[in-house]
Design a protein around this ligand. Sequence first.
Ligand code: ARG
Length: 577
Amino acid sequence: MDYKANIASKISEATGVEWSDILTLMEVPPQKEMGDYAFPCYSLSKSLRKAPAIIAAELSKDTHLEANWISEVKANGPYVNFFIDRGHFSKTVLSSVLSQGQAYGASDEGKGKTIIVEFSSPNIAKPFHVGHAFTTVLGHSLSRIYETLGYHVVRMNHLGDYGTQFGKLITAFRLWGDEKALEESPIKELLRIYVKFHDQEKLNPELVQDARENFRRLESGNIEEVELWKKFRDLSLKEFADLYKRMNVSFDNYNGESFYSNRIPSVIDMLEEKNILVESQGAKVVMLDEYQLPPCIIVKSDGTTIYASRDIASAMYRFETYQFYKNIYVVGSPQALHFKQVFSVLDKAGEPYAKDCLHVGFGLVKFKNMKFSTREGNIVVLEDLLNESISKTYEIIKSNSELRNTQMSEAQISDIAAKVGIGAVIYTYVKSGRERDIIFSWEDMLDFEGDTAPYLIYTYARTRSILRKAQEMGYSTLQTNDADLSLLTSEEETAVIKLIADIPDSISRAASENEPFMISRIISQTARAFNRFYNNSNILSGTDAKLRSARLSLCEANCTAIRLCTYLLGIEVVEQM
Ligand code: ARG
């Protein structure tokens, strides 16, 4: 039941004002002493020719506003405050959570619509660094959020698998490549020879010539070069696949930049047909003055294409193939200008879907007091971050008998450490608004009491253990429909239930703002409120069987909420600790 909508219709009956107008005016008061909903009477004052405070006073006594689910209606200056009956509220919310389970918060708003979420998009032959992990986590989460809202989601990985650097790699590999090292640790080996190429090219300009020639041969489809490129690509993908598997991430489509490079002619045709391609210093460009943007180069003066042209080709392809409703690019904020140019070119060309393309940016990744044996430069690679997080989590669980069941086997501890350690990394990426820079610090991210994945997973496992214990004691827990949920009226119980009631709205907002943070925030508040309830109530030892049963239902609902939200963030929970 939607209390807000129902109150609005009662006010509408009482005043004769349109329901939808009332609904938009309604507020949630800043303090709970002011009730659950408030209606400001200012806007009625003109039509009713009365002061807002008088209208409020009269309305609060209007019999239209009575109902068994409203415990009190009070005038407060120009506002009418509504108090929802706590028992009724608890029953309404919890029975809907318990009956829907994981489907709680799901909707069909996206039915029949396709959303493309492009994310991750690492570069072949380059390390998968913590910035690529940021897009991977955000995109994975957004995909699940949109699916929950009924959209058909296509997960695309726009691999950086094209460009002159592949000419250099081919040259370098032929000179210094080590087959065995390549098989064992492809990216490490490719990086080694790439760095060597850069050191040597200053001394030996012929290398540059050779690399250019190799790239030309690659582009014109010469078998030997294409074979080598394929090998680099396949081996790199295999390494990325391991990371994706560890994070439960998957893609529907790995069309990288190379896939679009031979579609550039159709981009040029399209732009020429629309008469917007102009010559500038030998290059072909689209002027974007009317968008207050610098020109977008489509073809360079030497005839080669660039990153932007491949993105234009890719947007055209995506629309032809999927007729998307939205085409989302989860890419770091430093590329904002690039995407503005790409979307503006499409807009200038009159492509109707230009307005449905969206860049979802994010901030930088920083580290506090963390040391990694960095491989190249000071890039931190995701693999190291995950491994370190898992081993630190293992130490914490192992050395702290309060955090775990002491009967647990080594294998169980390792399994838990892996899920919690990876979850801790994922959570750090989504715990604040995505545009903000994020700071990794072991202290913060592995704090079992903090705003962290370990805290959520621990709360979940502990709640599961109460439910298991209850079952052992012979109390019914599953689908406790027979429980009198209206008994849950204490401050602590109501606080948890209110937060759980807000989850569906948080999911919608996470989608409309492309902010998984809406989910992490609501679930972290829910878990905290639940622990307050847990610490202050006798759940199993109470003597009142009815109340116990209702409280066990609240435990069930808490588990459903955590399972659902962590799933939406891409984090796995564990059944026990
Ligand atoms: N491969 C690029 C990089 O690592 C990101 C690609 C972003 N996606 C796009 N459609 N341009 O920076």
